[in-house]
Design a protein around this ligand. Sequence first.
Ligand code: VGL
Ligand code: ZN
Length: 214
Amino acid sequence: MPLLKNKNLLELILLKGGCKLKYKINKNEDALIIVDVQVDFCPGGALPVPEGDKIIPVLNEYIKRFDEVGALIIATRDWHPPNHSSFKTHGGLWPPHCIQGTDGAKFHPDLRLPKRTKIISKATDPSKEAYSGFEGTGLSEELKKIGIKRVFVGGLATEYCVKNTVLDALKYGFEVFLLEDAIKGIDVNPGDVNRAIEEMLQKGAKKITLSDVE
Ligand code: VGL
Ligand code: ZN
């Protein structure tokens, strides 16, 4: 009895346990978008995100849950021509990375993408940077056409391709869930990652973790 004499404690237990809101994956209206989980963005690659590979087991669990219900799974990939303008060698910011057809551009071998995964290649125009999976790919129209309403976004890197993909998805009117436990950033300037997360939330994305989806 003394254990439950505190009403606040009881409420806390109920909130944390039985009543926690879960999002049930809807086969027809939900899509998982895995952003740029490629060899070059993982430790050992050409443009490594520190600990970028640590999110892979978590992403695999999201993939499993979406796969089980037959919901759409999308993997974007940075897919640059060798002369891309984002490369330092061509006046850009980054070391050459994710060059079409190279080993570095492959999805990380530990990422368990089902055969039916829809692959979106982006930033293929040498003259244009394209961080977002929606930029120049027709993805928004395709998703609208098949009735997708909510997108669940994780991957690399938080403050570049994840952020721009999330903001575009919001702009196009999708409900957007940021997979907080399945993103990693570069943090070129310390604080970049946190600022990016704040901006995504402020513009309407909702952050969730694996325990929120079933
Ligand atoms: C990315 C830098 C350059 C990303 C792509 O996937 O976040 N970052 N190209
Ligand atoms: Zn790139």
